[in-house]
Unconditional design. Structure first.
Length: 367
């Protein structure tokens, strides 16, 4: 919006030329998102408190979490509000990349909002029925895959994905591409949702992941950098740098209120939308496999749940009694029950996430 408004004026006032630079717009978007989070956070938390929109704590969870009952949830509204405005202001809205990522975030944010509303306002124990939530995720994946494959600017690489560590290694998935898109979006949105179980855990990891994707977006959208690093050059992908930077800023701003002891939880409104954003970024940038490294903590959290459920079912089938593989899943609760303080679990998981993020960037040269 501001790009279209101010760029033509650069002939009359040279500082407007700054809006030509993605780095300037990305940094400004991140700062604006951060400040917006600080400004609207207290107001949104107050509204949630006033309307008694508080978290219900599962009795089967760690006993230490019972004191968190009633903490305002649906705090993902803070993140969404803080990221949408700077993206609309500083990104090129005619960019298909920007249109797709905004559509993805708003779509899953709406589904998450309905789920939260049914749980905390209407007091439906399980919120939105699981199959309806899954249907929304699958439909989003189908829409995005069709959007990409039917857009001419994506044509040379529409159904491709790249393999980390291998030079010039791209796979054309062909007719399997829509399935991959559905799996990535469904998987990432659910993975972030599972990880959002400790104060600050998901928000900190998300900030790290979006910062990495901001760098990848910028590199992928430049011929010189992409050629030097032997990665697919994606014309126009640089505009995603603005969105990813804004999302990183919004997550850090939200973390101010979500750090232990949390004043607010993001709820499904935040976890599903930010997870979908991660997945969609990886799809648009052809880094679906690299996402497994960048978001490695989210992957491990999900795998821990799958192991727990599978082990319980297998032991019940074999010996007639279900056994737990971990003390509790997702894996962050396992370490809580082993005696780690919540803040120690969170900080150590952040460190692991940061190491994985840095390692993911080295894959551009380790090949």
């Amino acid at each position: 919006m501001l790009y279209e408004l101010f760029t033509p004026l650069k002939e009359y006032y040279s500082p407007f030329n700054l809006f030509e630079y993605i780095t300037f717009r990305a940094a400004t978007a991140a700062i604006v998102a951060l400040i917006l989070s600080f400004l609207i956070g207290p107001r949104i938390i107050h509204i949630l408190h006033t309307h008694q929109i508080g978290e219900e704590i599962r009795s089967s969870g760690p006993k230490s979490h019972l004191k968190k009952k009633g903490t305002p949830t649906m705090g993902g509204v803070i993140i969404l509000s803080a990221v949408l405005l700077p993206t609309l202001l500083f990104a090129k809205l005619q960019s298909t990349f920007v249109q797709i990522i905004l559509f993805s975030v708003i779509w899953m944010g709406f589904i998450g909002f309905i789920d939260d509303y049914l749980k905390v306002v209407k007091k439906y124990e399980n919120g939105l029925i699981a199959r309806y939530k899954m249907a929304g995720q699958i439909l989003l994946g189908i829409i995005i895959s069709l959007w990409i494959t039917s857009t001419s600017s994506f044509e040379p690489f529409a159904t491709m994905t790249t393999i980390p560590f291998l030079k010039n290694a791209e796979i054309d998935l062909g007719i399997l591409y829509p399935l991959m898109v559905v799996l990535v979006i469904t998987g990432t949105s659910n993975a972030v949702n599972l990880t959002d179980g400790l104060d600050g855990l998901a928000a900190g990891l998300l900030a790290i992941c979006f910062t990495v994707f901001a760098a990848i977006s910028y590199i992928s959208g430049r011929t010189d950098f992409s050629d030097y690093l032997n990665i697919i050059y994606l014309p126009g992908a640089g505009e995603l740098t603005i969105f990813a930077s804004a999302m990183a800023g919004a997550c850090i701003g939200y973390l101010w209120f979500n750090s232990a002891p949390a004043d607010v939880f993001m709820g499904d409104t935040g976890s599903l939308s930010t997870g979908a954003a991660l997945g969609t970024l990886s799809i648009l940038l052809k880094k679906e496999l690299l996402l497994l490294i960048i978001g490695g903590v989210f992957v491990w959290e999900t795998i821990s749940v799958m192991i727990q459920v599978s082990w319980f079912k297998w032991t019940k089938l074999k010996i007639g009694e279900g056994k737990k593989f971990f003390l509790m899943a997702p894996i962050h609760h396992h370490y809580e029950l082993k005696g780690w303080p919540e803040t120690k679990v969170v900080i150590r998981f952040w460190i692991i996430g940061l190491v994985l993020a840095l390692f993911s960037l080295t894959t551009f040269k380790i090949r």
